[in-house]
Design a protein around this ligand. Structure first.
Ligand SMILES: C[S@@+](CC[C@H](N)C(=O)[O-])C[C@H]1O[C@@H](n2cnc3c(N)ncnc32)[C@H](O)[C@@H]1O
Length: 258
């Protein structure tokens, strides 16, 4: 049972987590990025707009593999980290600040929003984002995204498999993050997080927070994509393998502009 109501995330949502984001997430992103790259390769995509680029995980992966990629995100702090990584790696990548529901960048062969990013939106706002993404695509352009699979999370006790207890050390800072999640019949996933951080010999700091994400079944996604000008080409798991409604934790959707 979820006690939190779901609203689209504010631009500031990742303000606090931006600096620590890569320490926890980058090591898990290789498989995801490989799956996205394989799809782009299959459809002979050359230009990519990443509308929820965050600190640039997919942007850098694709730029290093010679895709012409532009990153945009609503959170200025995540973009700051992405830009400093681009400078450090001497990669000439364009980053823009903007909302996936409204930003107009140009016309691309493909648009992506990866790592459950669209879960930050309400269903209505996701449909608004779909229409905006449609406007940023070339004729026949692709929209590729991933999102938690509602059917899987509602089955058995699969929701408990999202429980995490991560520890990491960066420089002289130790961070531990513990998170458990619940899900309700509307597909609202609520995650409750407690973080402990300690820098050098200083006192340990404790922070607690909660966030919600909207999750979907493939049937819901297909209906929404169809309503907003897309034809669904297929779906797979985040590992790139065949999608299973009851076994895949995340859905990777591949849709084409109609
Ligand atoms: C889980 S992170 C994923 C970042 C990156 N794709 C990755 O794989 O690491 C989700 C990102 O979506 C962004 N985001 C949330 N709502 C957004 C919106 N309305 N428009 C653009 N970006 C948004 C957040 O700021 C955050 O950077």
């Amino acid at each position: 049972m979820t006690l939190l109501s779901h609203a689209s995330a504010k631009a500031s949502h990742y303000d606090y987590g931006a600096e620590k984001y890569d320490a926890f997430n980058e090591k898990n992103s290789k498989q995801t990025n490989q799956t996205i790259e394989n799809i782009l390769k299959k459809y002979k995509v050359k230009t990519v707009l990443d509308l929820t680029c965050g600190t640039g995980s997919q942007v850098f992966w694709l730029a290093k593999r010679k895709y012409d990629v532009t990153g945009s995100d609503i959170n200025a702090n995540m973009l700051k980290v992405a830009k400093s990584k681009a400078r450090a790696e001497k990669l000439d990548v364009k980053f823009l600040e903007g909302d996936m529901r409204t930003i107009q960048v140009g016309k691309f062969d493909a648009a992506i929003t990866i790592f459950n990013a669209v879960g930050h939106l309400t269903k209505l706002d996701f449909e608004m984002a779909m229409r905006n993404i449609h406007n940023n695509l070339n004729e026949d352009g692709l929209y590729i995204f991933d999102i938690f699979n509602l059917s899987y999370l509602m089955k058995d006790n699969n929701i408990t498999k999202l429980t995490i207890d991560w520890q990491t050390v960066t420089g002289d800072a130790k961070i531990r993050t513990i998170q458990y999640s619940t899900i309700d019949n509307d597909g609202i996933l609520a995650s409750h997080t407690t973080s402990y951080s300690q820098k050098g010999a200083s006192l340990q700091k404790k922070a607690m927070g909660a966030q919600t994400l909207q999750t979907y079944s493939t049937k819901q996604l297909k209906e929404m994509l169809h309503r907003n000008g897309f034809k669904v080409l297929g779906q797979c798991g985040i590992d790139g393998l065949k999608f299973s409604e009851s076994k895949s934790e995340r859905i990777v959707m591949i849709a084409k502009k109609r």
